[in-house]
Design a binder for this molecule. Sequence first.
Ligand code: KG4
Ligand code: ZN
Length: 344
Amino acid sequence: MVHKTPYDTILGIETSCDETSAAVVRSGEVCSNVIASQLVHAEYGGVVPEMASREHERLLAYITRSALEQADTGTKDLDAIAVTYGPGLMGSLLVGVNFAKGLAMQNNIPVAGINHIEAHLLANMIDEPELDYPFLCLLVSGGHTQIIRVDGYGQYTILGTTIDDAAGEAFDKVARLLELGYPGGPYIDKYAKEGDPKKYDFPRSLKDSGDLNFSFSGLKTAALYTIQPMPENERRQELPHLCASFQEAIVDSLEMKLRDAARQTNIRSITIAGGVAANSRLRNRMKQMQEELNLRLYYPDFQYCTDNGAMIAFAGWYGFRNGIQHDLRLTAEPRLSIAATSVN
Ligand code: KG4
Ligand code: ZN
């Protein structure tokens, strides 16, 4: 049973990277989640920051109106606004933060800044309100790869992190080498289904490092040296095997360190979050690990894995029940860390 707080209907705004999104959450339920994935970056093989902020500027008011309409909600019905204030691209974050502050001023309601990484990990609770602390979260996105210990709301400890590329970044870079389009993760996931994951022996870096850190730049370089010399027809023929072998190397590294983290902390609840949590092989391997080690495993619905406004609105709704601060002096913080997010 969910008890009402004065802040029950929350508009969430997400503009940290290349998704312009707005959503309404009421009493913990997602009422709408409108996402515009910016297509302008595809031809560049990665996000062009200047174009991203212009696109957010162009789309945000329209996307917000759609989210309110789909939730059958007027601005007068809103109790508060939640907006991503970091980490992310400075220009993109500023568009969202300023828009949210303007709307909050106009309607005389609070605006709360949401840490994008925290929203990814809390997204596990959207459909699993019973998820209990403590839990471990494998946060795998385009910008981050971390194992986070979550002891309560605002109580986050980073146990391991990537020392170079993020897992999603590695997916995107290798997809670009293979001329698959952007973002690359979903393409590699798709082609890998037909391939042999053992055909190419790609490295699993930091396997014996004794810590919970990750490294994907050696894997990316190994993929480059394998793919680049291949003639066009061979590359096309080998595509499924290259995708499957590369994906397996990433998933092996992630699984290995998460397994170590579960053993070291003795925490029995495991979650995965972020765009790469949509990867089908990672989900399967997590399920196998869960059965083998008798753990509880949670992951968000696909639509709440990649960047979306619903996770921001939900983090706002959850935050207001747990003492989140709100302040009109809110500003964008591109390098915000999850470790900096805590409630006093
Ligand atoms: O969380 P997200 O939407 O944005 C960031 O906060 O970075 O994650 C985007 C990343 C991209 O690198 C994309 O290629 C990856 O998530 N991704 C996937 C899949 N779907 C999205 N990677 C592997 N397999 C997928 N199915
Ligand atoms: Zn994200």
